[in-house]
Design a protein around this ligand. Structure first.
Ligand SMILES: C[S@@+](CC[C@H](N)C(=O)[O-])C[C@H]1O[C@@H](n2cnc3c(N)ncnc32)[C@H](O)[C@@H]1O
Length: 212
């Protein structure tokens, strides 16, 4: 599946993200990742902002990222942190890993941007071990139908094109359930430190489990 590259976004994102790490995003990342252990896959790792927060109990860290510039920064960050991580070119929609091969998958601010969310979730489900968890932090569509329609329009005419394929109108919670995940470990969140329009978007944070 050929993916449209977002090179400008890839150059802009690391600086923009770093500017809000200390305002709350870093703390969110640390809380989310604290309980992880074993073999972990991070999809869409960007410039590797999560790497500093993985606990020692994560013995095998593999990350996939489609944008070359971000992949290079992520590999450099892992080296800087002295963390053994394998950073690979890849897309969440077609993961080159065996079935049932990861204890956990991590996706932060990524499921909004994958081109085919249904396929990405099916792939993540496939590579997770039974009982494994998808740990995520994602902004999702408004529960209000009228606002959701506006979000959809906003995505189509503007937002997706300028913000690296991001969508504000995705019902990720429902799509996770449709993909076979137990979503009872996900909680609604507001992340007021994000820029508009994400500042006012509902978010989901926590873990979605593949049933054992
Ligand atoms: C908003 S950034 C988030 C980066 C990082 N996860 C973080 O928390 O800072 C979205 C990321 O998703 C990546 N991405 C976009 N489409 C993807 C796909 N199909 N599969 C995997 N990653 C993808 C982008 O290249 C980018 O790194």
């Amino acid at each position: 599946m050929a993916r449209r590259s977002h090179r400008l976004f890839a150059r802009w994102y690391p600086k923009a993200a770093e500017s809000i790490e200390d305002r709350g995003l870093g703390a969110q990342r640390a809380r989310l990742l604290a309980g992880l252990s074993g073999r972990v896959l991070e999809v869409g790792c960007g410039h590797g902002a999560n790497f500093t927060h993985y606990p020692e109990a994560v013995t095998d860290l593999v990350a996939v990222e489609p944008e070359e510039a971000l992949r290079d920064l992520a590999a450099a960050r892992a080296e800087e942190l002295g963390r053994k991580a394998v950073v690979l070119e890849g897309q969440a929609e077609k993961l080159s890993f065996e079935n049932d091969s990861f204890d956990a998958v991590v996706a932060t601010l990524v499921l909004c941007s994958v081109e085919d969310q249904g396929r990405a979730l099916a792939e993540i489900h496939r590579v997770l071990k039974p009982g494994g968890r998808l740990v995520l932090l994602e902004h999702v569509a408004s529960a209000n139908r009228n606002i959701r329609a506006l979000e959809y329009l906003f995505d189509v005419v503007f937002w997706s094109h300028v913000f690296g394929g991001c969508h504000t109108s995705r019902d990720t919670g429902a799509n996770l359930a449709a993909a076979g995940f137990d979503t009872s470990g996900l909680e609604p969140q507001r992340l007021p430190f994000l820029p508009y329009p994400l500042k006012v978007s509902p978010h989901l944070a926590g873990e979605a489990r593949k049933p054992a």
